[in-house]
Design a protein around this ligand. Structure first.
Ligand code: NDP
Ligand code: ZN
Length: 175
C-alpha cells in the first residue's frame, strides 16, 4: 500500500464533481495535486504526512469528508494536519480570513508547509487563470491577504518562501 497514491485517489473521488473558479472550470483535483507537487518537487519535502495532508487539504472544508474518516484511513498525524488547515465554514468569510492570519503562527510546522504551498498555488492561479469575475482590486486584496498569512509562518522553509515571494511579485503584471 502506497499511502500517498491512496490519498490522491481518495481526494479525486471526494472532489470528483467539483471545479475550480477559473474561466475554464478546471477539475478541482488539479489543485491538491499541485500543492503536493510544489512541496515534493520544488521544496524537496519528503515527509509523507505532509504530502498526504496536502492532497487532502480541502476535503474536510469542501466535501462531506470528516476528520474521523481521514484518521481511520491515513492516521492521526495526517488528520491533525488537515484539521489545522481547515477553516470553520460556519463563520463568515471575513472572520475566517482574519482567523487565518491570527492562527497561522501557532500551527505545526507540517501544517505551515501545507498552508504555504496552498498560498503559492492560489497566487499562481490568480495570476495565470483567475476566477472569471474577479476585479483587479479583488485579486490585489487576495494577494495582500495571502502575504499577511505567509508572513506569520516565515522561517519554516526559506526556499518555498522565496517561491511564494516570486509568485507574489507577479502582482505587478495583474491587469
Ligand atoms: P474566495 O474565498 O471566495 O475565493 C478564494 C479561494 O477560492 C481561494 O483561497 C481558493 O481556495 C479558491 N479558488 C478556486 N479557484 C481558484 C482560482 N482559479 N484562483 C484562486 N483561488 C481559487 O474569495 P476571497 O479570498 O476574495 O474571499 C472572500 C472575501 O472577499 C470576503 O471577505 C469578502 O468580504 C471579500 N469580497 C471582496 C470582493 C471584492 O471585489 N474586493 C467581492 C466579494 C467579496 P482553496 O485553495 O482553499 O480552494
Ligand atoms: Zn487549497
Amino acid at each position: 500500500m502506497n499511502p500517498v497514491i491512496q490519498a490522491a485517489a481518495f481526494a479525486a473521488e471526494k472532489h470528483r464533481n467539483q471545479r475550480r473558479k477559473d474561466a475554464h472550470a478546471s477539475p478541482y483535483i488539479n489543485h491538491p495535486i499541485t500543492l503536493a507537487n510544489v512541496l515534493a518537487n520544488e521544496g524537496d519535502v519528503q515527509d509523507d504526512a505532509v504530502l498526504i495532508a496536502a492532497l487532502l487539504h480541502d476535503t474536510i472544508e469542501d466535501t462531506q469528508t470528516t476528520a474521523a474518516e481521514i484518521e481511520s484511513l491515513f492516521g492521526r498525524e495526517v488528520a491533525r494536519i488537515v484539521e489545522e488547515v481547515t477553516d470553520d465554514k460556519r463563520l463568515p468569510k471575513a472572520e475566517r480570513k482574519r482567523l487565518q492570519i491570527e492562527h497561522t503562527a501557532h500551527i505545526s510546522t507540517q501544517a505551515k508547509l501545507v498552508k504555504l504551498a496552498d498560498k503559492i498555488a492560489n497566487l499562481r492561479d490568480i495570476a495565470a487563470s483567475p476566477p472569471a469575475d474577479w476585479s483587479i482590486e479583488r485579486k490585489r486584496e487576495y494577494f495582500a491577504w495571502a502575504r499577511e498569512v505567509v508572513d506569520q509562518l516565515r522561517g519554516v522553509h526559506p526556499q518555498l518562501e522565496a517561491a511564494f515571494d516570486q509568485a507574489w511579485a507577479m502582482q505587478a503584471q495583474i491587469a
